[in-house]
Unconditional design. Structure first.
Lengths: 298, 310
């Protein structure tokens, strides 16, 4: 009786373990990285999976840094990154027999969000740098109301944190900057803070219909004090490069592992993928980025 | 055959079975011994891992670099590895939590043990245990959407991401530990103490404050220490609710970045084997030592209290 029970339990366990692998011989793709891209790629994956039942795609965030670490350590198939990999990271990957290839699949207009109570409408890159370095501490120093500035940024594992620091801050972030856990948290904080300013991907500031989500406003940005400020909300400002914080969004794959992920990446670059990308608020590639992909045979 | 019956049933068991039973006995004895030892081995293993993985950072950067204030190993200008702001942040959030949780926890424990009618106790005790089971992410989320905005409104601050927010949430997390252990301590005060006090004419309040609580004091202190141990090590809640600014906090309404949050934020992406990587193990080591001391004190106090009981 007892033996029978044990035998049946063991065989049951074996069935549970083995059957799924026999029945669902699906291609399982793990996607990890950028918090800016996570919702977008999740959406792309959902549509792709609906059309290709034999694919199973899991998309998680954690930040570009986390994703890049994962592709170096071979714990993910695709890595979402809102910044290019650094030379040191590429060398590390090569040492680990990973050959990272960065496809650009969408374009972001990194947006500076402020509270609607703030009267500031436009800032120059220089001013934004001063604000995030902690040199300007009150909005009246930037032509706004007399409210102290609260900074909301991301954590060092974020690609946006690194991109923004290299392009805008060009120094260390103020030690007073709150390091938030993701784009959505920055938005929530700015909504509630009259003096708040934070940077988020464009996909987070617009809803499905392309309107700015309620409770925040998006600042126009000028290259310098002599140029005109441009809004990231207008597609032409992104496509002709007038908006200074236009940046490509990458997806890194291991060239040795290309077969597995190729179909999904090609779908993202297809017109159907582009429609989803634009619906999520991000922008299409310009010729410059298309050429970059063509060199990688994508 | 009748002889064997007179010698007792033990002889009727064949040797083979007896040896098998002895073997089973010994095997089970060893099995539980190994289980008991395992936790010590794991603890020792963690200690050594932290020590050996932290050491390269101390060797390369020098011990003095950890004594500065700001922790910014990914700096654009100059990497700094100061633990100062982080340790102060951790202590602030922890002691803030204790400041809130100790009076409430002790009040609740005293009520449960001495005042509450049994039907209230039967409802309250499981509810408190459920409180202990709330995942820390859920509390962190509450910190962002409920507690933070409330703090900002009440104290007229631009935002509620600060040490007070973290302290409030950690207080909620450490309450169940404090309540259940100090309630046990108060309940186990011998009945004769109370009877003697009441017989001498003391009121119930006087008895509780001057007799029962002092006799249960070591148990109560142990409960506080264990609650504190939980608060120091908590990660997700403080990571979400306290703003994580790098600067040295000067008061409770400043954003803080605790040691646990720093490790959680940075370990996922740090290049393996770099100074930054080993530096995080130094942070982990200090944190381990801090929680170890707190738990050790709790254990010593608790042991003393059990001696008194005997």
């Amino acid at each position: 009786m007892k033996k029978l029970l044990i035998t049946s339990i063991i065989s049951l366990c074996l069935i549970i373990l083995l059957v799924p692998s026999l029945v669902f011989s699906a291609t399982f793709i793990q996607v990890k990285g950028s918090d800016t891209e996570v919702n977008l790629v999740q959406r792309l994956a959902e549509v792709f999976m609906k059309k290709n039942a034999n694919y199973s795609i899991a998309v998680t965030g954690g930040g570009s840094g986390t994703g890049i670490a994962a592709i170096i350590n071979k714990t993910t198939d695709l890595c979402n990154a809102s910044r290019p990999m650094k030379d040191a990271e590429i060398a590390q990957a090569k040492a680990n027999k990973v050959n990272p290839v960065g496809v650009i699949f969408a374009v972001d207009g990194l947006s500076l969000t402020i509270n609607p109570k703030n009267t500031v409408k436009a800032l120059t890159i220089d001013q934004i740098g001063q604000i995030f370095r902690g040199e300007l501490t009150n909005w009246k120093q930037a032509g706004g109301p007399d409210i102290p500035i609260t900074l909301y940024g991301r954590q060092p594992n974020s690609g946006t944190f690194v991109f923004f620091r290299e392009v805008v801050v060009r120094g260390d972030y103020s030690n007073k900057m709150n390091q938030m856990n993701g784009n959505a948290q920055i938005l929530e904080a700015v909504k509630k803070d009259a003096g708040g300013i934070g940077y988020v991907g464009i996909g987070y500031v617009v809803d499905d219909t392309g309107k700015v989500v309620s409770g925040i406003q998006v600042c126009d940005v000028a290259k310098d004090s002599r140029s005109k400020p441009f809004s990231p909300l207008k597609i032409e400002n992104i496509l002709n490069g007038a908006y200074p914080l236009t940046r490509p969004l990458y997806q890194y794959l291991d060239a040795n592992n290309r077969v597995k992920v190729e179909a999904f990446v090609k779908f993202e670059l297809s017109p159907e993928g582009l429609a989803i990308i634009q619906k999520e608020g991000f922008y299409p590639l310009t010729d410059q980025w298309k050429k970059h992909n063509a060199q990688l045979n994508f | 055959m009748p002889n064997s019956i007179s010698k007792g049933p033990s002889l009727s068991i064949p040797n083979r079975i007896r040896r098998w039973r002895q073997f089973q006995d010994r095997f089970i004895h060893r099995f539980f011994q190994i289980n008991g030892m395992l936790s010590i081995l794991i603890l020792l293993g963690i200690f050594l891992l932290l020590l050996f993985d932290g050491f390269p950072a101390v060797k390369n950067l020098g011990l003095s670099s950890f004594f500065s204030v700001i922790w910014n190993p990914t700096s654009y200008v100059k990497e700094t590895y100061g633990l100062g702001a982080m340790i102060i942040s951790t202590l602030m959030v922890t002691f803030g939590a204790m400041l809130l949780a100790v009076p409430i926890g002790l009040g609740c424990a005293a009520y449960l043990a001495e005042v509450a009618p049994s039907w209230v106790r039967e409802i309250l005790k499981p509810v408190i245990e459920i409180l202990a089971g709330i995942p820390s992410v859920v509390l962190g989320f509450l910190g962002i959407v409920v507690v933070g905005p409330a703090i900002a409104r009440i104290f007229h601050l631009p935002n509620g991401l600060n040490a007070v927010n973290g302290s409030l949430l950690l207080a909620v997390m450490s309450l169940p530990t404090i309540i259940s252990i100090s309630e046990d301590a108060i309940s186990s005060v011998p009945r004769s103490y109370k009877e003697a006090s009441l017989a001498l004419g003391a009121t119930r309040w006087q008895t509780l404050i001057k007799v029962v609580v002092p006799s249960a004091l070591s148990g109560i202190i142990a409960s506080i220490m264990l609650g504190m141990g939980r608060a120091i090590g908590e990660t997700m809640t403080v990571l979400m609710a306290t703003g994580n600014a790098l600067k040295m906090p000067y008061h409770f309404f400043d954003a803080v970045r605790t040691m646990t949050a720093t490790i959680a934020i940075e370990l996922g992406e740090v290049p393996f084997g770099s100074d930054h990587y080993h530096g995080l193990f130094v942070v982990g080591f200090i944190l381990f030592v801090m929680t170890f001391i707190v738990n050790l004190v709790a254990d010593i106090v608790l042991a003393k209290y059990q001696e008194v009981e005997r």
